[in-house]
Design a protein around this ligand. Structure first.
Ligand code: PLP
Length: 400
């Protein structure tokens, strides 16, 4: 058999998706697995959005659109940025693509030359380092410690920036920690970035609508308008609008880079789905009440889960300000032995034991670049979350 390209042998499948697939397989085999690894809301796409997609099919809006997005959707996105973020864009500063994921990849291909460094705050979304490497760049990690709410500081950021840095990938609210940077924190980071005018700021705001306690996500583009020639804002429909399977995301930024991203997407995905784009117009222009309704459900679950987790012997968790994840500190479990006799030497071993012995699929911190932690999703009904908390208790109590 002819050999594969080096790239193909090095690429890792998404570990979070792999864990969810394993949990689903175990469930199909009849095991009572709680899929705490889920990376999508457990609600359904709101009816008016589905109706707009169905209407698009009925009215034969089923062909290719412009590669970088259908003009009426771009108009709705421009209105969204003006309404929610106080940012002003023109249509040539907006790109629509088949999910935020492929847009982030196209952004990396557009700004990273081989050997360039890209700063990624840890814990990070698992895909960023792979995208940087696929573009020939070198991921450089900077840890947001638990003591600073999993956020990087101006000091830690300055310690990794240098003449080779091409970009930073910033994510707030953050997957996996749920951390949200305040306006002042963003200003302080921007002060450091001022000294590096050639560094792009790629800011992933996919969880924008999942911020709790009345908090509003602050965006780089709004707070630091003087950086408008170097900010690439990434957003999408998957999480807040409950449209993961529709595969649609968008980005905003300077015309030159948006054109490059749009041209790359034209060669990678052709055009985003026409049907999904029609539905997305309804998501942005239609009734928005589902956003706060879903947020309230997640907030109640988060409050319950964090309170219970902090009572489990050996576990502790900060209250995430946003997203539907909780990043749990399991330092006190390291070195212990599970009820079934497995040595818990790393967070990977802990995640394996949780799956084998307690039938709970959690994702080890190692894949997010910060150990010893594991991530759970609260995107499950309350009854299942209660059951999960009981299982954590039982797992901890069975430990030696
Ligand atoms: N960015 C973050 C932080 C995510 O967690 C995800 C999905 O899990 C994505 C981007 C990808 O989103 P999309 O479904 O729009 O491709």
């Amino acid at each position: 058999m002819p050999t594969l390209a080096k790239r193909a042998t090095e690429i890792k499948p998404s570990p979070t998706m792999a864990m969810s697939a394993l949990a689903a397989e175990m469930k199909r085999a009849g095991r009572d697995v709680i899929p705490l690894s889920l990376g999508e809301p457990d609600f359904h796409t709101p009816q008016h959005i589905k109706d707009a997609g169905i209407e698009a099919i009925r009215s034969d809006f089923t062909k290719y659109t412009a590669a970088d997005g259908f003009a009426p959707l771009k108009k709705a996105i421009i209105a969204k940025f003006a309404r929610e973020n106080g940012s002003t864009y023109t249509a040539d500063q907006i790109v629509v693509g088949s999910g935020a994921k492929v847009i982030i990849y196209a952004a990396m291909l557009s700004v990273v030359n081989p050997g360039d460094e890209v700063v990624i705050p840890a814990p990070y979304w698992v895909t960023y380092p792979d995208h940087v490497e696929l573009a020939g760049g070198k991921p450089v990690f900077v840890v947001g410690e638990e003591s600073t709410g999993f956020k990087i500081t101006p000091q830690s950021l300055s310690s990794v920036l240098n003449a080779k840095t091409r970009a930073i990938i910033f994510n707030s609210p953050s997957n996996p920690s749920g951390a949200i940077y305040t306006e002042d924190e963003i200003r302080a980071l921007a002060d450091v970035l001022k000294k590096y005018p050639d560094v792009w700021i790629v800011t992933d705001e996919l969880y924008e609508h999942l911020a709790y306690d009345g908090e509003k996500t602050a965006t780089f583009a709004q707070i630091i308008p003087e950086f408008s020639d170097r900010i690439i804002t990434i957003n999408g429909f998957s999480k807040g609008y409950v449209m993961t399977g529709w595969r649609l995301g968008f980005a905003a930024g300077p015309k030159k880079v948006m054109k490059a991203i749009g041209d790359l997407l034209s060669q990678l995905t052709g055009s985003p789905s026409s049907i999904a784009q029609a539905a997305a117009i309804a998501a942005l222009d239609g009734d928005q009440s589902f956003l706060s309704a879903n947020r309230e459900v997640f907030e109640a679950r988060r409050n319950f889960v964090v309170e219970r987790l902090n009572k489990v012997p050996g576990l502790s968790a900060l209250k995430p300000a946003g997203t539907f994840y909780v990043y749990i500190n399991c330092r006190d479990w390291i070195g212990r032995t599970s009820g079934a006799g497995k040595k818990l030497s790393t967070d990977v071993a802990i995640a394996e034991a949780l799956l084998d012995e307690s039938e709970m699929a959690a994702v080890p911190g190692e894949v997010f670049g910060l150990s010893p932690f594991f991530r759970i999703s609260i995107s499950l009904e309350m009854a299942l979350l209660e059951k999960a908390m009981d299982r954590f208790d039982a797992f901890a109590k069975a430990m030696r």
